[in-house]
Write a protein that binds this ligand. Structure first.
Ligand code: ZN
Length: 443
């Protein structure tokens, strides 16, 4: 069995797609999300998963169609699809706390052999899933539900079929053969490409159509069947990660001793911006580089999120887990650590009254006191703190006041192409063993 290993990183998923079951406007034809156009190829799938409450937005009115789907999300979705059977006990992973919203989902999916951990007793709920992993997870879920999984396709029509991991070959052949998943083009099935939320929503809708699944009303309460959470020492445990797959070295930025290139604004050059209370103030003109490539999913200003209206102190730029976050300007790191809802936060003091904040990182690559250059990678993107998906929350402060970052950013995102500087171990899922099938059948 091939084991694909990427690098270990990242703290706990401190957020998620939890709550977010927003009410559906009756008879709404278009989607409730500003980032899903009615004409998008995935619009009907997004409407389907949203109206059946299988998936919700990642934030505010954003669905995040191009954001990668996470392990925590797919498990939560399948658990909803299964009617949320009651689970006794805690999921047997050190990074899944008993109080986390996905504890029951993970415990159930693990007990049923639908997913397993990534090794070292971890589940990595914020980890991204590849296309072959999604196929394997759906395949196991279908097997657990005793659906007919005999329809397959001949994978030899794909030039890259040799890249499919042995554990996932049957599942991919079934997923393509059943129309749940298409090739990424006529010649490729791209097994190791990460799954976007749009693709996940589409596959989910096709899965439900294929097997005529009636999505249970999850608000009606959990089913009464109790599934015991199983410890990782059963046959469902992971392959251990081979020594060759030891976590790769974290890219540690060189600490430079040269002074940061702070641009002192020329006197008389000012711009007007908006403060937290909505008033307009003048500040010196100053320009940051964008910290990461991506579109702004949530703007600065008041917004409705987590059930109430609040003021968003910065902008959000979604990017894949582990993507390098760049310093917007040179300066001195005045904070690098965990800070409440910011999660793993870096603050750079630019020495001219301006400070920039980079929040929700999975990993911090600079320390307090480091002098950093503009464009230097200072952290890896993540979803720590109060976040609903991997993104960079970017804030600008001027003399202690929060100001609109867009005032200080070029109109066009000028961050370098995204690079992954820290990634997760990939899971090599086991094939269904006889024990797992027996376990599934007694459920
Ligand atoms: Zn934010």
């Amino acid at each position: 069995m091939r084991i694909h290993v990427r690098k270990a990183l990242c703290g706990v998923l401190a957020c998620g797609m939890l709550a977010g079951l927003l009410p559906v406007a009756a008879g709404a034809a278009s989607t409730p999300f500003y980032d899903v156009a009615g004409t998008a190829w995935y619009a009907s799938a997004v409407n389907y998963v949203y109206s059946t409450k299988l998936m919700s937005g990642v934030e505010d009115k954003a669905f995040g169609p191009n954001i990668e789907a996470t392990r925590g999300q797919i498990v939560t979705i399948l658990y909803r699809l299964a009617g949320q059977p009651a689970v006794s006990g805690k999921a047997p992973f050190t990074d899944v706390s008993a109080s986390s919203y996905y504890n029951s989902a993970v415990a159930w999916a693990n007990a049923m052999g639908i997913v397993s951990g990534v090794g070292n007793g971890k589940f990595q709920p914020a980890g991204a899933i590849t296309r072959e992993q999604m196929a394997a997870i759906f395949y196991r879920y279908a097997s657990y539900k005793k659906y007919n999984v005999s329809k397959t396709t001949n994978l030899s029509s794909f030039d890259d079929q040799w890249q499919i991991s042995s554990y996932a070959r049957t599942a991919v052949a079934w997923a393509v053969g059943s129309g749940l998943m298409n090739g990424t083009d006529a010649k490729n099935v791209s097994p190791h490409t990460l799954t976007s939320r749009a693709v996940l929503a589409t596959s989910l809708m096709r899965f439900c159509n294929l097997y005529n699944v009636k999505v249970p009303d999850v608000t009606a309460g959990a089913a009464t069947t109790v599934v015991a959470a199983v410890p990782t020492t059963t046959t469902i445990t992971e392959q251990s990660v081979p020594t060759a797959a030891a976590p790769a070295a974290v890219t540690t930025p060189a600490v430079t001793t040269t002074p940061a290139a702070t641009t002192t604004p020329a006197s008389g050059q000012t711009v007007s911006t908006t403060t937290l209370d909505g008033s307009t103030i003048q500040t010196p003109k100053y320009t940051f580089q964008w910290p990461v490539q991506g579109r702004v999913s949530s703007a600065y200003g008041s917004r409705f999120i987590f059930g109430s209206t609040s003021f968003h102190r910065g902008i959000d730029i979604p990017a894949p887990l582990g993507t390098g976050i760049h310093a917007g300007q040179g300066g001195t790191v005045s904070f690098s650590g965990e800070q409440g809802s910011y999660g793993n936060l870096v603050i750079i003091d630019h020495g001219n009254g301006f400070q920039s904040y980079y929040a929700h990182n999975s990993q911090l690559l600079v320390s307090k006191g480091d002098v950093v250059q503009k464009n230097q990678i200072i952290a890896a993107c993540g979803a720590t703190g109060r976040a609903t998906g991997n993104h960079c929350h970017f804030e600008v402060h001027y003399k202690g006041q929060v100001v609109d970052p867009m005032t200080y950013l070029p109109a066009t995102n000028n961050a370098p192409a995204n690079t992954i500087v820290a990634v997760l171990e990939e899971e090599a899922l086991p094939v269904m063993t006889q024990e797992m099938l027996v376990l599934a059948s007694i459920y």
